[in-house]
Design a protein around this ligand. Structure first.
Ligand code: ADP
Length: 172
């Protein structure tokens, strides 16, 4: 499904983030920037060793809520923005604010690099355990606010893994 916010588009698709042809894709990384499972593992596998090499050369770590950027290696995307969402405890330990920051700082980097289209996975909702409904509200409201304020990027695509995740975002 598609929603327009001014001249910008938010798109929801069910699929694999590593297949996206947007200028940037976002990785659900960890603070150590060490390739793990889930989205992170898939991006490093398909993107090849150039991504990890660049991460090691430029950055030591990435605190939760922050974001860093590398090239896309063998991926279709020119850039990978690596951000770290919070590990979910009880929803009252600052997780909503940190999740909001992870989306916002990724979008700020996109703006800084003049990136016109970007794909996000549903950050924190895999290994980090964030309930998908709560996470989808934060993800979508943060993107909508950002697009209203900055009028860029032109396209923000959420790439949801499996029908349950897609349906949750669609409902929100
Ligand atoms: P986190 O550690 O931030 O929870 P995960 O990678 O474990 O990150 O999961 C984040 C979300 O990405 C989950 O909803 C998971 O189902 C989904 N996911 C896993 N693999 C892919 C993929 N290849 N493309 C898009 N989403 C994916």
């Amino acid at each position: 499904m598609k929603v327009t916010i001014g001249d910008c588009v938010i798109e929801l698709v069910q699929g694999d983030i590593t297949e996206q042809d947007t200028e940037a894709i976002v990785n659900a990384a960890n603070e150590e920037l060490i390739p793990g499972g889930g989205v992170d593992g898939a991006i490093h596998r398909k993107g090849g060793p150039a991504i990890l090499k660049e991460l090691r050369e430029k950055y030591t770590r990435c605190p939760t809520g922050e974001a860093v950027i590398t090239g896309g290696g063998n991926l279709k995307a020119k850039y990978v923005i690596h951000t770290v969402g919070p590990i979910y405890k009880d929803g009252k330990s600052g997780e909503p604010e940190l999740l909001r920051k992870a989306y916002e700082n990724s979008l700020k980097l996109a703006l800084e690099y003049g990136i016109s289209s970007i794909s996000f996975p549903s950050l924190s909702t895999g290994a980090y355990g964030y309930p998908i409904e709560e996470a989808s509200i934060i993800a979508l409201s943060t993107v909508i606010e950002f697009l209203k304020k900055h009028k860029a990027p032109d396209l923000v695509r959420f790439v949801l893994w499996g029908e349950k995740n897609y349906k949750a975002f669609e409902k929100t």
